[in-house]
Design a protein around this ligand. Structure first.
Ligand code: SF4
Length: 357
């Protein structure tokens, strides 16, 4: 693409974005901290869907210090409904690290930002480009979509070549752009509102320069790898009830799914019946002692998906005795368990009890 074309696209983007910029309140009076929180909320979520929750979160935790000193449960509660709770945990952890290692002041250089929990390459680039003027592309899915279409990039999405090519293409614009932060945000907004999965080329200010549009293949970029066949998983959950309360345990880092979440005691197997994870460690022994009793009760079953895994969940009532468990009522667990899998399990139990026990 010619230098003059790059300049023309930049100029049209800037003009278009000057009307878009102020539609969202979080872009006003922002700080590196509020920008960080905003980016965490916007990952995997449309701006319109996240805005209300984001405003409430920033009202509750207006500073790094207020977030760092909060209880984890309060942070997760304020994040409720956004999914991906590990993001909220890392945000909380990152805030504590900033208090501990950076005197409570958020660094502005991308290289330093990337060392903080909860700040990946993308978020570091956004903050550093806005607040430190660094000319780095904050390559997210929106940037990737627009750039791959504009230049009809043939590399497959998700490969190192794809990223390298897009960073090269992005650099053409960044070298020309007066404000790197504004360019990164404008490009993201372009991808979110016009060059969407189903692109609105008829209203796009850059259609006449877009190679994918010229080919009539705008929906075919970015080029995709062949779809992955989902991995089949059997997940047995054991319901251990004591005085009307259910036993749960926090899953450790070595557990294959939903790390850090409160889960019912579980055994996760692959399609060859090999155990991929068990929770807690003494579960198998305890179940072996009780095998005859639990098998007579009809289990509850449902299916669930977690990135590339198709999971058959089997809930079994069990009298197994385990020391590691904490006990809560079903209502309390609905508040404390954030994963959609546990929410599904709890609702299934709620519908089946008392027939289940
Ligand atoms: S013309 Fe269509 S495909 Fe190309 S950048 Fe614009 S919206 Fe995207």
């Amino acid at each position: 693409m010619r230098h003059s074309t790059i300049s023309e696209i930049l100029s049209r983007l800037s003009q278009w974005y000057s009307h878009e910029r102020d539609k969202y309140s979080f872009r006003k009076n922002r700080t590196p901290y509020s920008t960080w929180v905003t980016e965490i909320f916007l990952q995997q979520t449309q701006i319109s869907a996240a805005q209300e929750k984001l405003t409430a979160f920033l009202k509750k935790f207006p500073t790094i210090a207020s977030l760092a000193s909060a209880e984890e449960s309060a942070v997760l509660e304020a994040f409720r409904g956004m999914g991906y709770y590990s993001r909220a945990r890392n945000l909380h952890k990152g805030a504590k690290e900033i208090i501990l290692h950076y005197g409570g002041k958020m660094p502005r250089e991308a290289e330093t930002l990337e060392k903080i929990s909860g700040i990946g390459r993308y978020t570091a680039a956004i903050i550093a480009s806005i607040f430190n003027g660094e000319k780095i592309l904050s390559l997210d899915a929106n940037h990737a979509r627009v750039l791959s279409r504009l230049f009809a990039v043939e590399d497959e999405q998700g490969t190192a070549r794809f990223e390298k090519t897009l960073r090269e293409k992005g650099a053409y614009f960044l070298n020309e752009a007066e404000d790197a932060g504004e360019f990164n945000e404008a490009l993201m907004q372009w991808g979110q509102t016009i060059c969407k999965k189903k692109p609105l080329c008829h209203i796009c200010f850059a259609a006449q320069f877009c190679r994918a549009y010229e080919k009539g293949e705008e929906g075919a970029f970015p080029r995709k790898k062949p779809p992955r066949v989902p991995v089949e998983i059997l997940w047995e959950m054991f319901l251990i009830k004591k005085d009307g309360l259910y036993g749960v345990v926090q899953s450790p880092v070595e557990f294959p799914f939903l790390r850090g979440e409160l889960l019912f005691p579980s055994i996760v197997r692959d399609s060859n019946n090999h155990i991929k994870g068990k929770l807690p460690k003494g579960l198998l022994l305890s179940l072996a002692n009780e095998r005859g009793v639990r098998e007579v009760i009809q289990p509850i079953e449902f299916t669930h998906s977690i990135t590339h895994h198709r999971i058959r969940v089997v809930l079994r009532a069990s009298p197994a005795g385990l020391k590691e468990l904490e006990f809560f009522s079903c209502g309390e667990l609905l508040k404390r368990c954030h994963s959609s899998l546990m929410q599904k399990a709890l609702k299934a139990i709620d519908n089946a009890v008392p027939a289940f026990f």
